[in-house]
Design a protein around this ligand. Structure first.
Ligand code: 3VV
Length: 258
């Protein structure tokens, strides 16, 4: 499976912070923080369907393929297990990999450069820009994660293990990082369901702190699509489902100029 991304050139018509200061509910909103990442890209990131070409007159459907692009030297699929993965993360990976066998679930490959998710990218160049969630070189110190998508359920699951360089409160994961994983999981689910989107709004209730080095699951579903608006819900739980770390809703807007 191959996830496509296209770099945007159009400046957003209105920033999320403008909208929030204009009367939106910002009590638990992390969207402004997350848009920092997009600002670095001068106009943001457009997330495309993978292996999809836009069909005239209709939304871009999600075409899932198990084919992987051939990786040239220096490029790596970071969604695959490495030595830093805990047994809990490995066990969850094995569980979802098993579920991919009948085709209901697909594993998403993951690269450290966003354009390498783009359909047709030859993956032969070096880029200075790094995907926010893959910006540390050493395995295990940052985010270790793998996403799986279930098309029938419009559901994206991300199993992840936050490393020591992601600290917020002593020993615990920074809340912005939790927000990033929610945004990426729900955003990824929206992309796989409707095609390219931007995050417009993200509301998070943090229920329990996440220990660095633990294993968690972000579980997101597209609840409703209303025109260009894609409404999602996401829960972050511990690896054994015993603790809820965060609950969130996210609004994603289909990008109109792709
Ligand atoms: C990091 C990428 C990595 C790629 C890796 C690929 C691997 C794949 C794996 C996994 C996927 C990972 C996924 C990552 C996820 C990360 C995503 C981001 O971080 S995105 C960056 C942050 N977001 C922005 O920077 C947007 C900034 N805002 C904008 O650009 C615009 O405001 C935008 C596009 C959101 C809307 O602007 P308009 O001009 O297109 O549309 P208008 O007409 O204003 O809104 C459309 C409708 O939506 C409502 N709306 C818009 N914003 C709203 C809001 N905040 N709250 C409520 N409603 C809102 C409006 O009221 C309107 O509704 P009515 O059609 O009239 O009913």
């Amino acid at each position: 499976m191959y996830v496509g991304v296209t770099w945007g050139t159009r400046a957003p018509a209105k920033s999320t912070s403008d909208r929030l200061s204009a009367g939106g509910n910002d009590r638990h909103t992390s969207a402004a923080m997350l848009s920092i990442c997009a600002r670095h890209t001068r106009g943001g990131i457009y997330l495309c369907n993978y292996l999809t070409t836009q069909r005239a007159g209709g939304p871009a459907p999600c075409h899932v393929s198990t084919s992987q692009p051939s990786l040239s030297k220096g490029h790596r699929d970071y969604s695959l297990p490495n030595a830093s993965w805990s047994q809990n993360l490995q066990d969850l990976y094995n569980k979802y990999q098993e579920l991919t066998k009948n085709g209901d679930w697909k594993r998403l490959p993951s690269y450290n450069t966003s354009v390498h998710h783009r359909e047709g990218d030859p993956m032969d160049g070096e880029r200075e820009n790094r995907l926010f969630t893959r910006n540390l070189d050493k395995d295990g110190v940052g985010l270790e994660y793998c996403m799986f998508y279930n098309k029938a359920e419009k559901r994206m699951v991300c199993i992840f293990q936050p490393g020591p360089y992601l600290e917020g409160p002593p020993g615990f994961l920074h809340g912005g990082c939790t927000a990033t994983m929610i945004d990426s999981t729900a955003g990824g689910g929206a992309v796989c369901t409707v095609g390219p989107v931007f995050t417009a709004n993200l509301n998070i209730d943090y229920r329990n702190p996440i220990l660095l080095g633990s294993t968690a699951i972000a579980d997101s579903t597209v609840e409703k699509v209303d025109g260009r608006k894609v409404y999602t819900r996401c829960t972050v739980r511990g690896h054994d489902d015993k603790v809820v770390y965060a609950e969130a809703t996210g609004l994603f807007i289909k990008s109109s100029n792709l």
